[in-house]
Design a protein around this ligand. Sequence first.
Ligand SMILES: *Cc1c(COP(=O)(O)O)cnc(C)c1O
Length: 432
Amino acid sequence: MLQMIKMTGKKLPFTKKQIEKIAAHYPTPFHIYDEKGIRENARKFKKAFSMLPGFREYFAVKANPNPFLIKILKEEGFGADCSSYPELMLSESVGIVGENIMFSSNDTPADEFVKARQIGAIINLDDISHIGFLEKNAGMPEVISFRFNPGPARAGNAIIGDPKEAKYGFTRKQLFEGYKMCRQKGAKRFGLHTMVVSNELNPDSFIQTAKMLFEIAVEVKEKLGIKLEFVNLGGGLGIPYRPGEKAIDYGYLAAGIMKEYRKFIPPNGLQPLKVFTECGRIITGPYGFLVTKAIHIKHIYKDYVGTDASMANLMRPGMYKAYHHITVLGKEGRKNDRTYDVTGSLCENNDKFAIDRRLPEIEVGDVLAIHDTGAHGHSMGFNYNGKLRSAEILLREDGSVVQIRRAEAVDDYFATLDFNALKKFRAYNRGC
Ligand SMILES: *Cc1c(COP(=O)(O)O)cnc(C)c1O
């Protein structure tokens, strides 16, 4: 019975009537986010992990770079994990600065290091060669962290791949050289980071990761006499996209990490080593929905539902063959006695939100809610094929709504083109 409660039934935080009212103001497609769900989850997350010394979650801005949501998460006590210049600016725009920012980038341009230094972010380097690059372009900060790639020591998972094939991070040997180099160059405080898996639902995988980092912290102290100030377990905590999948139990995970902490940290005099995370998906993912309308029903060799959205609004199914649950509003109680491919309008056959999905019969005009788009949804949008990104709407705790990003218009799409220059531009007429 308890197990049953933890299993996900895929529920919606809004009714069909509510969505119809919203859609009258803000035409479909749009992403809608559930503020109450986000806040409650953030509090649960923070509370469970607060048993870890100095715990802090740096929300991975790339998962949902909307400053309204980042502001909500700031209020809930989270910092921001950034990996680009605009992400640093977004954090700054809501007042997240200084060591409340973790700058975990890779293949980093010099100007981004300069910006990160300027606002006092904790810089988490991706490579040993970046030590000299950072020093030359932005100076060596007092606090420095390195991203560790365990290579053949860990297996990784489907989305992020095999660590030894992954472009990220330092080798184990390089970590030790790196800390020595940075100490010589004036760094005084040190951190260690890794991210081995993505969208992983097995909490034991993260407990293993924590143990791996604690072991390195012990070795760094023994070999170099450096007491690390923090370990950052990265992101990658998965969410139950499929009905019946089990959500990660925060209490179990935090207790598992704490158990390893007790084994390695106090006995080696490494207290008060702080523990950080930089999760995105698990923080906002389940609390976003792409709302789209069926505009065409097509019967050829298979049955297709054509929607007014596309991969430009949600790339995960096309890119990773990811499952996103679909609810047909107002037809929740009906039998799923049809099989459809639910498609977008890109001239790419992978522009499908679902393949061979069992659903109730769908008619033109039906509104579909595609679940779990609160992370890596709108943020992965693009303009290929002249497609425009949708609006983002926030459903507030009192049931009211705020548009937190308008939909793109054709003028946005053309904003980087100069049509006056085009008029003056003479294409060579080769007279064929
Ligand atoms: C993407 C990413 C995250 C967040 O990952 P989630 O799967 O959204 O939790 C955190 N840190 C780094 C370095 C990342 O690249």
